[in-house]
Write a protein that binds this ligand. Structure first.
Ligand SMILES: NC(=O)N[C@H]1NC(=O)NC1=O
Ligand SMILES: [Zn+2]
Length: 449
């Protein structure tokens, strides 16, 4: 048989564990996996000593193009993703301007993605109290699902859903057989604590952390689970920051609620003490937590109760990250490049997380939850999306490819170097170099029912 490429002598990270095998690519797909594949004609890639991971599918990225490309756009954002081993991602409906709330704004962003994205991408549609009647239209466009905020989003043009909009949105999402993702923090509680802090002259990082306690997350998670259970809707809880919230959602899942659970690398890697030391770089919502809460979060992850780790990459220009008043800073962390690093270093090497779990959290689970049938694993018939990783090497992260230099992972020490990334059989990244002639394509969910 004629192949385009044979990856020879590496260790594949499969769902059944590491497998020493060759992998053959033809027409952008994986066409054979076997102990030894021979062909005189194919280009071969010597992967001996390397692990081959399924390309990361980052389900939670804010690239902000069009309209706020100077915050972060497809070109720079997808370079960072590819350098971190990602071969596809889902872009959030904000912080582009305008946000993706109907067909016209979906098509505008899709055009930008097709022109500027190095890797394949899906687009989330936004849900606010004002566009409930656009959900059918967005579903026809091919959105990955809908994203709603239960508390202030940071941008006035993307208002939070109240109880009725959340309920109606979940009802419509269920009819459309699409997932509704929620940023779950109580608007009432976070507003109340923020107002109290303001009246008391609060302006420090510690003051900010106090306005978004774990109970605000728990209250919103509980409400979203209740509605989703009642309506038989598919709920996706993005960026859960506490072990307690994960435990609450996992318990509901055991009872039959159709819920998927995401956390982010920053909740696993940094704590509230780091926020006090590093400041603006680590402002996010929900905020970073205490060591104890983080320990619980890792326990939930190691127990298999978390489905997905997504970066929630959400950068802003330096002027939005500079202020004496911590409350005035943009909330969002630059992490597109570091998901696999955190899972490998903190998870695999630090806590014994099996490599196949790393692959599930970063690739398989997002692909299956959002019905991207051609992605997520190293299997014959799927897209040839993979990252070559040297697990024996430790390094200090100094080269970052996202839009701005303000990145909390700068200088972090990790184990496991992403050497190269292949998207549909094409090399998009290798050791600091990108192939800018490659462009990604739009991914749409293809439900099986
Ligand atoms: N709008 C936006 O990017 N929000 C994200 N940033 C953050 O810290 N939490 C979010 O939900
Ligand atoms: Zn959020």
């Amino acid at each position: 048989m004629n192949f385009d490429l044979i990856v020879r002598g590496g260790t594949l990270v499969t769902q059944n564990g590491p497998l020493k095998a060759d992998l053959a690519v033809s027409g952008g797909q994986i066409v054979e996996i076997a102990e030894e594949i021979s062909s005189d004609s194919a280009q071969t890639l010597n992967a001996s000593g390397l692990h081959i991971f399924p390309g990361v599918l980052d389900a939670h990225v804010h690239l902000n193009e069009p309209g706020r490309t100077h915050w972060e756009g497809f070109e720079t954002g997808t370079r960072a993703l590819a350098a971190g081993g990602a071969t596809s991602f889902f872009d959030m409906p904000l912080n582009s301007s305008p946000p993706v709330l109907d067909k016209a704004t979906f098509e505008a962003k899709r055009e930008h993605g097709e022109q500027n994205s190095l890797i394949d991408f899906g687009l989330w549609g936004g849900l606010t109290p004002q566009n409930l009647d656009r959900m059918d239209e967005l579903a026809d466009c091919g959105v990955i699902g809908f994203k709603a905020f239960m508390s202030h989003s940071g941008l006035d043009e993307f208002p939070a859903v109240d109880d009725t909009a959340l309920y109606e949105g979940l009802k419509t999402a269920a009819r459309l057989n699409l997932v509704l993702a929620t940023h779950a923090e109580s608007d009432n509680l976070t507003r109340h604590f923020t107002e109290q802090a303001r009246l008391g002259g609060g302006h420090t990082a510690r003051d900010y952390l106090g306005t978004r306690p774990v109970v605000a997350e728990l209250e919103a998670v509980q409400r979203a689970l209740l509605y989703a259970g009642e309506l038989g809707a598919k709920l996706h809880l993005v960026h859960l920051s506490s072990g307690a919230a994960v435990a609450m959602a996992y318990e509901a899942k055991q009872r039959g609620v159709d819920v998927s659970i995401e956390t982010c690398p920053h909740y696993l890697h940094f704590t509230d003490e780091d926020v006090e030391k590093m400041g603006a770089l680590l402002k996010c919502a929900p905020p970073l937590r205490s060591q104890e809460v983080q320990r619980n979060l890792w326990e939930e992850l190691l127990a298999g109760h978390i489905d997905i780790v997504g970066s929630d990459h959400s950068p802003a220009p330096p002027d939005r990250k500079t202020s004496e008043n911590f409350f005035a800073l943009w909330g969002g962390i630059s992490g597109a490049q570091s998901t696999l690093n955190v899972l490998l270093t903190g998870g695999h090497f630090g806590r014994g997380l099996p490599l196949e779990a790393v692959a599930s959290l970063s690739a398989l689970h997002p692909a299956r939850r959002f019905d991207i049938a051609q992605k997520g694993a190293l299997e014959v018939g799927l897209d040839a999306d993979f990252a070559l990783v040297d697990l024996s090497r430790e390094f200090e992260l100094t080269e970052l490819y996202d839009r701005w230099k303000q990145n909390p992972y700068l200088g972090a020490k990790f184990k496991g170097v992403v050497q190269a990334t292949y998207s549909r059989g094409r090399k998009v990244y290798e050791q600091g170099q990108f192939d800018d002639s490659v462009r990604g394509q739009l991914l749409r969910p293809t439900p099986k029912n």
